[in-house]
Design a protein around this ligand. Structure first.
Ligand SMILES: CC(C)(COP(=O)(O)OP(=O)(O)OC[C@H]1O[C@@H](n2cnc3c(N)ncnc32)[C@H](O)[C@@H]1OP(=O)(O)O)[C@@H](O)C(=O)NCCC(=O)NCCS
Length: 167
């Protein structure tokens, strides 16, 4: 009898997180266009490769070499700002975003970061679900922060040790 694979069979993907390189930019830009209402321009990604404050990492399928996601953060003294994260559509919900975030959290700890901030469109339910899983807390809302289409930004923070005292 023929051995049939179940219809929804998927091979388990081995992922490597590594520094992004100029050869990755086309693939990263395709994911960006697929995933965002108002994608970054390609030049922004190229600029991030050599920006002093930038931590720009790619998630690569170890078998095929395909780029399946990326994340860009800046570290300014004890603060990390998450500027961009996305995963290729058909590979969402397979833990790739988590691999990128875990990697950045480890970097943050290594660099002595105390707090991480990010903004997300109010309508972006999947990103909010993702950040909340990591215990990011909503600390504010910037009205009409985004354009094309206009949307509020929810501001999230994660305090790695303790909130800074203001007294
Ligand atoms: C946000 C994003 C990067 C998450 O990547 P991912 O690889 O799908 O995330 P993971 O598979 O690691 O998911 C980790 C957890 O996040 C949460 N999550 C992920 N997608 C979610 C969704 N659609 N709805 C609710 N929660 C979600 C879940 O808690 C999930 O854990 P679970 O699958 O065990 O339930 C991805 O959805 C994406 O690329 N979105 C489009 C780009 C974007 O909006 N980026 C954020 C800009 S601020």
């Amino acid at each position: 009898m023929q051995n049939k694979k179940p219809t929804l069979w998927r091979r388990k993907i081995g992922i490597k997180i590594r520094q992004a390189e100029s050869a990755d930019i086309d693939a990263i830009y395709r994911i960006e266009q697929e995933q965002f209402l108002k994608p970054w321009k390609k030049d922004y990604f190229t600029a991030e490769l050599s920006h002093d404050l930038s931590f720009f990492y790619a998630a690569q399928d170890v078998e095929s070499g395909d780029i399946l996601g990326y994340m860009i953060c800046w570290i300014i003294e004890e603060t990390m700002e998450t500027h961009n994260i996305a995963v290729k559509g058909e590979h969402k919900r397979q833990g790739i975003g988590s691999r990128l975030m875990d990697f950045m959290l480890a970097k943050a700890a290594e660099e002595g970061v105390q707090e991480i901030f990010l903004e997300v469109r109010k309508t972006n339910i999947e990103a909010a679900g993702f950040y909340e899983k990591y215990d990011f807390k909503r600390i504010g809302c910037r009205e009409r922060y985004y354009s094309d289409p206009v949307d509020d930004a929810l501001v999230y923070a994660l305090y790695l040790r303790h909130p800074k005292s203001t007294t």
